[in-house]
Design a protein. Structure first.
Length: 250
């Protein structure tokens, strides 16, 4: 993403040495530069400066957006997809300029978080559209192969809301399999690969639990998601650990 948008993420420390001043001998100056990697915070600051107000203005204009960003509640869960390395899916909600619901679904690498695969219960429903999500991310939004863009957006939102369900109520993420945590007051930013407004004459959303008022679906990859304090993060420990903790508390 940085290369595509001309953002320099490395920094250089330059130094120079000048030879002593000796009569009748010209002074010489030697210089070099050392490449130093930026911290994650510095990377985020650099990207923010380069993108300007693009992420914040994403939902004040019609689709498609190139980048999206905001601050709110973000749900983290393991994503059971096509990649051999562990993956994560993030979900948050925002509003467009007219006050309508916007769902943002971001797929990334679990290795870039502090979570581990052992932090979740592996049970419940998983999507058969994992290969379409893989195609969408790999092609950076150019193709996915799952019907049209609205169908792909709906499937991505179903993954965010229903993965790990076992026929129970899906409104509480902590009761589903694969869920990791909920972060409040979480600052997030994403590169967008799919951005659609749903045709409400086409979809019977009142029959889709948790999606009754869905309007716009944004799918992409997270550039970052961070909170100011640990107190804003609520972990969903595996049920076995929660049950053990309750028994000990008694």
């Amino acid at each position: 993403m940085a290369q595509d948008n001309g953002i320099q993420l490395d920094r250089f420390r330059r130094w120079s040495v000048t030879s002593p001043s000796i009569p009748f001998v010209p002074q010489l100056q030697f210089g070099s530069s050392e490449r130093r990697a930026r911290t994650r915070y510095e990377v985020a600051q650099q990207v923010s400066r380069a993108l300007g107000s693009l992420p914040q203005k994403a939902f004040t204009s019609p689709p498609p957006a190139l980048f999206a960003g905001g601050t709110g509640t973000v749900e983290f869960a393991r994503y059971i997809g096509a990649d051999l390395s562990p993956e994560v899916v993030l979900h948050t909600r925002a509003q467009d300029a007219a006050g309508r619901r916007v769902d943002v679904v971001m797929f990334g690498s679990l290795d870039n978080t502090e979570f581990r695969t052992t932090d979740t219960v592996e049970e419940g429903w998983t999507s058969s559209a994992f290969w379409a999500v893989r195609n969408l991310l790999a092609s950076r939004g150019r193709e996915h192969g799952w019907g049209d863009d609205q169908e792909m957006g709906m499937e991505a939102l179903k993954i965010a809301l229903r993965q790990g369900t076992t026929g129970l109520d899906t409104s509480d993420a902590s009761t589903r399999g694969f869920t990791l945590a909920r972060a409040q007051n979480c600052q997030w930013c994403a590169v967008v690969y799919l951005d659609v407004e749903l045709d409400h004459d086409r979809w019977l959303l009142d029959r889709e639990p948790g999606m009754e008022d869905a309007h716009r679906i944004v799918v992409g990859a997270p550039l970052w998601a961070r909170t100011g304090t640990d107190g804003n993060l609520r972990r969903y420990w595996p049920r076995q650990r929660r049950s053990l903790w309750r028994r000990r508390a008694r």
